[in-house]
Design a protein around this ligand. Structure first.
Ligand code: SF4
Length: 463
């Protein structure tokens, strides 16, 4: 079983919907680079095309999009953990049940997927993939209800975990968000009569759509020729929005969980400067994800912001590369220091997280080799001590450096002059957003949901 941590995009009510889905996925590429797919529907026909690689590689030929005819479409861009990056797991997943089609694209991770899968297999279900997303399709197919939307509501009564989903049926799109709302999902308007849903609002900007609102936690929103119909089939729960989306994952030009990512990320940097000031000449960020927090640090501290590292954009992000081999490639492939900026300087380096510590160590060596006199590492998040079971790919607890080392031990391992992490309270001090609406489990080790006993990553990957 795999963790899916991805981008989803749906559009309803416009000709050439697949072309818009392509651009939407293009804007969501940072949420997954391993594979992508689009399913389009209209006039009783459903067409699908999927492939391994990045969106522009898969849909390199516009004829492919032209063949995906219809006035509504669903797209997905995917990243998965090691072990099962196979063609069969590429989303959207599409089934036919009693001559009716159902496709699904998922961002998130179920926390009771093993138990559900075993139960379904015992009662005769045959799984085509190793993805937990397929569970929704089996549960929906087994429900005795007539409409897909009611079948999906039934499935929600048994699944647990993080899911922002978009389904495509023969006549509608159905957007769904789990009751805790771990992953973002937004609704927008395109032209006068079309609607779009996407993991992040940057996918609206690229096609000129207008953000209307978030899909609410626990909401099931059906979009069809009848317009929008919303349901809340489950009791309300305390929300658990993933704070890591703000820290690292979402694009700074997106609006998620009711606030602009840029604004929150900059505030994280400002708070970091208050908690961990440094006597230094310049502040640099690890590009690109730490750039915004670095600006916040510079604004608050008055230390000059400089571009000290250049990132090669043609290499995937270290944190989300599927293969360990790729993760171990020298950081030199990805970053090059600007010697003229760093030489003989006392440098504050801002990054958004330290996972295993191996990449950070190499980056420190790289900056040192460019002549930096002192390195003061600042992290715009608290130490990650526990894995994520809600859709962000992280290594096992043992591999997380902060699960077993103190800050001082990490400082010595990284060979930096000082090291400061943002505190949990500091991270949550966002005046516009209520603190207790966030999941901070990877920093606190306390989870808002029961994690099934077998949910350790290695067991999951061996399924
Ligand atoms: S555990 Fe961390 S990464 Fe996972 S949902 Fe919670 S805050 Fe986000």
């Amino acid at each position: 079983m795999m963790n899916d941590k991805c981008g989803v995009f749906g559009v309803y009510g416009t000709p050439r919907a697949s072309h818009l889905a392509y651009f939407g996925l293009y804007a969501l590429q940072h949420r997954g680079q391993e594979s992508a797919g689009i399913v389009a529907a209209g006039n009783g026909n459903v067409h699908i095309y999927k492939g391994m690689g990045e969106v522009n590689q898969i849909f390199s030929n516009r004829d492919i999009l032209d063949r995906l005819k219809g006035h509504f479409a669903l797209g997905h861009t995917r990243y998965s953990t090691t072990g099962a990056s196979s063609l069969t797991n590429i989303q959207p997943l599409l089934i036919t049940n009693q001559s009716r089609k159902l496709a699904v694209a998922h961002n998130g991770n179920l926390t009771n997927s093993l138990a559900l899968r075993r139960r379904l297999e015992k009662s005769g279900s045959i799984f085509q993939t190793t993805s937990d997303t397929e569970i929704f399709l089996h549960l929906a197919a087994l429900s005795g209800k007539r409409s897909w939307v009611n079948r999906i509501c039934d499935a929600m009564k048994v699944v647990q975990g993080a899911y922002s989903l978009v389904f495509l049926t023969d006549e509608s799109l159905i957007a769904v968000r789990d009751p805790l709302g771990f992953r973002p999902l937004a609704l927008g308007q395109y032209n006068r009569h079309a609607y779009v849903v996407a993991s992040e609002t940057c996918a609206f900007d690229i096609i000129g759509a207008k953000y209307l609102r978030d899909i609410q936690p626990g909401e099931v929103l059906e979009i069809s020729e009848k317009g929008l119909v919303s349901k809340f089939p489950l009791p309300k729960k305390q929300h658990a929005f993933c704070i890591f989306e703000y820290i690292y994952f979402a694009r700074p030009d997106s609006r998620i969980f009711g606030e602009n990512v840029d604004k929150i990320r900059r505030r994280l940097g400002r708070q970091l400067a208050k908690e961990h000031p440094a006597d230094a000449d310049i502040v640099i960020g690890i590009p690109d994800s730490a750039n915004t927090a670095t600006l916040g640090y510079s604004e608050e501290s008055g230390i000059k912001f400089e571009i000290g590292l250049i990132r090669n954009h043609y290499v995937g992000r270290t944190f989300i590369d599927p293969e360990q081999k790729i993760r171990d490639l020298d950081v030199k492939v990805k970053f090059n220091p600007v010697r003229g900026v760093l030489r003989d300087k006392r440098v504050v380096v801002v990054d958004d997280s330290i996972v295993r510590g191996t990449t950070s160590k190499k980056l420190v060596q790289l900056i040192r080799s460019a002549g930096a006199k002192e390195i003061h590492l600042r992290i715009s998040a608290p130490p990650i001590i526990s894995p994520c079971y809600f859709g962000i790919d992280m290594p096992t607890r043992k591999e997380l450096i902060a699960s077993s080392k103190t800050v001082e031990e990490i400082r010595r391992y990284l060979e930096v002059d000082s090291l400061g992490y943002l505190s949990i309270d500091g991270m949550l001090s966002m005046p516009s957003l209520p603190k207790n609406n966030f999941c901070v489990s990877c920093f606190s080790g306390k989870y808002p949901l029961k994690i099934e006993a077998t949910s350790d990553k290695h067991r999951l990957e061996k399924i």
